[in-house]
Write a protein that binds this ligand. Structure first.
Ligand code: GLC
Length: 429
């Protein structure tokens, strides 16, 4: 019998580049922000020092203003575009100039709890340094990405969502010009089939945005004023709030009462704002396009991510569950990143329909928090069996279960490790 847990650990070991883990060889040859947070939680199950190391190496890329970038280019590689030269940022270790979902705080608490449970001697000291980095990043989110203190944080580039190619961005991205100062030399379609990757014109828009922000010298206020793409986003805000809850617990444990007060305020603001994004007729949460002022009604997995950080009232929860069930009908693997009967649905193109183990992990935590144990268990079981059947792929086709995108993927391995051990856990708060 194959030992899938061993396989998962072997993938993490193979993708180790010296204290940090690449998402997969060649397609993503650097350290990615939220990937590393998930990976650290995987390591926390069997190698706590290595889990700390993953987060510490990510923090090497933190900017003076607190932002933790979406990519840290620790070592050169020519198998990825856009590389460090395209970003034109000023940090000593080259980094990209945008950020990614702040899973870091959630991961830090997991690693810290595992370390203290084992009685690890330097747990507190190591956790404290990372806690301070995380808090600086949360302050950056609230200052740079919510200057009007609405409670919802905004993304200035689709890649900041982590759901890079989601149909949620279609209307907003169509306004972004396809002209670029940068010569676009795509490397991704040399590694995986073009039908699974973004369209060429969208890639030009992604790079147009990079050019605009590089011209602003990556100054948050200038970027906010110049941004042709600005989305107040519910998935990111839910992750920020969940991380904020984790940091609040740590702040109390570390006796940081002033920080705790500040975190309580951040969390309360985001909790109120997220609740206000619930749309009863749609039976889900919606993000807002800050340029047009319109709700984003494209049905994507992001619409259910607020479960992660909210305790929903029964009527709301029942409605959300009915909607989730509806999206799941007839699928081999759950949960789809786009509602299957939506015109923008594509089963194999990334973020336009496929199933992601890390999204399932977040949804499972959200379902457990809201006491939806049956659905949580179903999702957990399906995630594990589809990995066992189809491999540690980047993502899965919801219609056939086929593994797509990159293979030997780190976050899928981390999800396997965590989800295979979490049957009894009621919630991972
Ligand atoms: C893709 C995903 C993004 C992820 C990265 C590395 O760009 O959309 O969320 O962080 O790959 O795995």
């Amino acid at each position: 019998m194959t030992d899938y847990l061993d396989d998962a650990r072997r993938i993490l070991a193979a993708n180790d580049r010296g204290g940090y883990t690449v998402p997969t060889d060649r397609l993503y040859p650097f350290q990615w922000n939220w990937d590393s947070a998930f990976v650290a939680m995987g390591f926390a199950a069997y190698d706590i020092p290595r889990a700390y190391r993953e987060l510490e190496r990510l923090v090497e890329g933190q900017w003076a203003d607190g932002m933790i970038p979406h990519i840290v280019f620790h070592a050169p590689s020519d198998t990825y575009f856009p590389g460090a030269d395209v970003w034109r940022t000023a940090h000593t270790i080259p980094t990209s100039g945008i950020t990614q979902p702040p899973v870091f705080g959630i991961a830090l608490k997991k690693v810290h709890d595992a370390a203290t449970n084992r009685g690890m001697e330097d747990a507190r000291a190591r956790s404290l340094v990372l806690y301070e980095a995380a808090l600086r990043w949360h302050r950056w989110w609230y200052a740079a990405r919510d200057p009007e203190a609405t409670g919802l944080v905004a993304l200035l580039h689709p890649w900041e969502s982590g759901s890079d190619n989601s149909p949620a961005w279609d209307i907003a991205l169509a306004r972004v010009p396809t002209t670029t100062e940068t010569i676009v030399i795509r490397k991704d379609i040399g590694h995986v089939h073009a039908a699974m990757r973004p369209r060429d014109e969208d890639y030009h828009r992604f790079i147009h945005l990079v050019d605009v922000y590089a011209t602003c010298e990556w100054d948050p206020a200038r970027q906010w004023a110049a941004a042709p793409f600005k989305i107040a986003e519910v998935q990111t805000t839910a992750i920020l709030l969940k991380s904020g809850e984790a940091l609040l617990t740590l702040a109390r444990e570390f006796g940081r009462t002033f920080d705790a007060k500040e975190l309580e305020e951040f969390n309360a603001r985001s909790r109120r704002a997220l609740l206000a994004q619930w749309r009863p007729p749609l039976r889900r949460f919606v993000s807002r396009d800050l340029i047009s002022g319109a709700d984003i009604e494209a049905p994507t997995q992001a619409c259910f991510c607020p479960l992660l950080a909210l305790d929903l009232q029964p009527a709301m929860l029942d409605a959300a569950m009915e909607e989730m069930e509806l999206w799941s009908e007839g699928l081999t693997v759950l949960f789809p990143s786009t509602k299957p009967n939506y015109p923008g649905f594509e089963a194999k193109r990334y973020w336009r329909g496929p199933v992601w183990a890390i999204i399932n992990w977040l949804l499972i935590d959200g379902l457990r928090r809201n006491h939806e144990m049956e659905m949580a268990e179903k999702l957990r079981h399906l995630t594990l069996t589809s990995i066992e059947t189809n491999g540690f792929a980047e993502y899965f086709d919801p219609l056939t279960g086929e593994g797509c995108g990159g293979l030997g993927f780190s976050w899928t391995a981390a999800a396997y490790i965590v989800l295979s051990q979490s049957r009894e856990t009621a919630e991972t708060k």
